[in-house]
Write a protein that binds this ligand. Sequence first.
Ligand code: 13P
Length: 255
Amino acid sequence: MRKKIIAGNWKMNKNLEEGLALVSEASNMIKDEYNGNALVVFIPPFIHINAVSKMLEGYENQFSGAQNCSNHQSGAYTGEISASMIKSCGANYVIIGHSERRQYFNEHNQWLAQKIDACLKNNLLPIYCCGETLEERESEQHFQVIESQIKEGLFHLNVNDFLKITIAYEPVWAIGTGKTASTAQAQEVHAFIRTLIASHYSNEIANEITIQYGGSVKPENAAELFAAPDIDGALIGGAALQSRSFTDIVKAMTH
Ligand code: 13P
């Protein structure tokens, strides 16, 4: 059985005090109200990671993560944060290739492949994002776009390293818009991603990889999305900023 993972990407929200209040509330609500086996990941801004990680010590199946990391190991890169720094602050996961990084910071697949390598070298588990823009979907290029994102970002990995990857399908047109992909649309792309993995690695490997959906996931639509056979969790933005809505999405993952 592949892992189910619910992750909350705070993006550039919450000061330290607000962030710690959110983690304190949500981690306890999840502990008290959720008895499933999904893993939960809190992904705050870098500067909160150390405090968030400390707060999560002793909470079973709850982890912290980072929203990005440098493709370099160390050195004269003012303002950058390396994978080893992230690891030393207690995080387990790192989002790589979020569409906002691709769009606003010009991150391209080759660069993202280097970031994936930097994470793996430092025992961090990457959550690799892929997804098409509205224009790409409307011109029916979405499968092609997702295929190059996955191949160029990930398929250089050997099997052992590839098994450490979580993939998040986040259609850009569904992020922060309130417009969720229908369960059928999301399932179709998730199944497509699994086929790509099967053809490059094997069916067994494809079946082991967690594929999250992201884009306006809310307590109201989570259960339906999670019931789809190839949707193994969610990467949540807006609804992860409140303990009640985040916990309710976690609770929608029953199996
Ligand atoms: P929203 O849930 O706010 O649409 O954001 C999704 C996202 O980008 C998570 O990484």
